[in-house]
Design a protein around this ligand. Sequence first.
Ligand code: PLP
Length: 421
Amino acid sequence: MTDSPLFYQAGPALPEVSHAEGVSLWDTQGKEYLDGCSGAISCNLGHGRQDIRDAMLAQLDRVAFTYRTQFENAPALALGHALVGLTDGALDKVFFVSSGSEAVESALKLARQYFVATGAPQRRRFVSLRPSYHGSTLGALGVTGYRPLEAPFTTLTHASLKVPGPDFYRHRDADDDAHVDRVLAETRATIEAAGPESIIAFVLEPIGGASTGGRLLGERYLKGVRALCDEFGCLLILDEVLTGVGRTGTWFAYQHYGVTPDLLVTAKGLGAGYYPVGALLTRRDIVTEVMASGGFQHGHTYAGNPLACATGLAVIEAIRREGLLENVRARGEQLGTGLRALAERHAWVGHVRGLGLLWGVELVADPATREPFPAEQNRFAQITALAREEGLLVYPRRTLDGVAGDHFLVTPPLTITADEV
Ligand code: PLP
């Protein structure tokens, strides 16, 4: 490999990709990899899709880019209606962006502007979980609870109030319900001490992604957070950048739990790796207040461009046409069963948790004490390298916030077959 002008992260040199088809990628040496994590949990329809290619080419032939303040465009309108439909109209306004971080930034700013517009400018901070991940731009980083990412930038971010979420693997309460009730009571106390009237919104991932290795929060907890938001008059922002658009077997993960957010953000799977597109969804009454106060003071150049939206629309149509939500549920059961069998065979597989095709595997030094491996052993990097050698891509992390150690995500494309699982 020649010297590269690119810099992303420290680590071993990477193979160069040659081409891809379905759930497989090949490098230029001819080695095949099963895409067990859909890239960054983004390539949700697999690779080399002719239908997405055709939809994109048709749009390119018409018009690739228009600016949102100069023209309406049919793909943006259609994708907006489609996304509203996926929430059954519960969220009926859409703002397009190009990435998850941009979607989170948009949600934070809209929520803040809503309270400025409605005479509550003292609401100036967010509540979010530690650990969590909401993106790498400074606003999104402010609500992220992941110390290695936060550390260099604490003087630049507007840090949220960080609270722990439930941990169904390590808690020592009488049972899961008692655990959730205790976590919620402590969160309430933290918010009360900080002043509930200062809170704009609670921001959380309904199922932890890379930050916690697929940790589930569960219905009792999410309903409890919704109730706290209602009681304290703040908004609930759900970050479905990773869980949205079918990943968990429903269009959005919140639909498993009967908890409706006030704002929802999604990205990754919406463009399915074919083009960057993300969205903020919210309610009309929130948008009406902001618009009446002079408009949303926010926007990105590529927001809602025709090519992005034609791609997103083709992705949603493919998920519908191919019954992929059903596939996610069936293949998810199969994958979960297989991963749990790993835990039976290997002591270092501590916990397997997930929903649909979003599974996390946590590695432990001692399954009895649930003690994580020491950080310097770099187990998450080792397991990734071993899997790669075997031709399998997984998505690894080490959480350094005292609650979980090494883990990896198994999140294959929603199109995966029983044999490929
Ligand atoms: N929110 C969550 C839950 C994510 O998993 C991610 C990315 O991993 C983001 C936000 C940021 O998205 P992006 O990398 O597209 O900016």
